[in-house]
Design a protein around this ligand. Structure first.
Ligand code: ADP
Length: 152
């Protein structure tokens, strides 16, 4: 019994301090959902060895999207971006694993699909920056904020 308790404690300690409990927020955007890319994207992250710990399909409100993209509010494409993101359902997810924020960003590719290498999600599945299929948090801190915004 004592061994079991110590084993569980050691596992929790290891996962907390090895970074394996890091989490990130991912959203498959309306174009990705409409183009039936949800299964393909989840398959890639699962095969990489990341753990899916939260998932929901939702129609995001403009209010939520304005908050999500608040850092871009002065960019000329901000209104179009919010409108596009609210044009259909999105799949909001939380993924967990070692260095998951960086790993997911690498697997997604660059903001502009034209700059994204083949083998990345944006490199393989899209051509337009305004319809680039997927969002992934850009830092551990923004992941924390985005998870609490989308999974209240
Ligand atoms: P990322 O999604 O790669 O983190 P940003 O945070 O810079 O990139 O931008 C958020 C989203 O805004 C992008 O994913 C894209 O959908 C949109 N976007 C960025 N730049 C442009 C642009 N020049 N024109 C239209 N939409 C853009």
């Amino acid at each position: 019994m004592i061994c079991l308790v110590l084993g569980i404690f050691a596992g929790l300690f290891q996962s907390a301090f090895s970074g394996a409990s890091e989490r990130t927020f991912v959203a498959i955007k309306p174009d990705g959902v409409q183009r039936h890319l949800v299964g393909e994207i989840i398959r890639r992250f699962e095969r990489k060895g990341l753990q899916l710990v939260g998932l929901k399909l939702l129609q995001a409100s403009e209010e939520l999207l304005k908050e999500h993209y608040i850092a871009l509010r002065d960019r000329p494409f901000y209104s179009r971006l919010v409108k596009y993101m609210s044009s259909g359902p999105v799949v909001a997810m939380v993924w967990q694993g070692l260095d998951v924020v960086k790993t997911v960003r690498t697997m997604i590719g660059e903001t502009n699909p034209a700059d994204s290498r083949p083998g990345t999600i944006r490199g393989d599945f899209c051509v337009e920056v305004s319809k680039n299929v997927i969002h992934g948090s850009d830092s551990v801190e923004s992941a924390r904020q985005e998870i609490s915004l989308w999974f209240r």
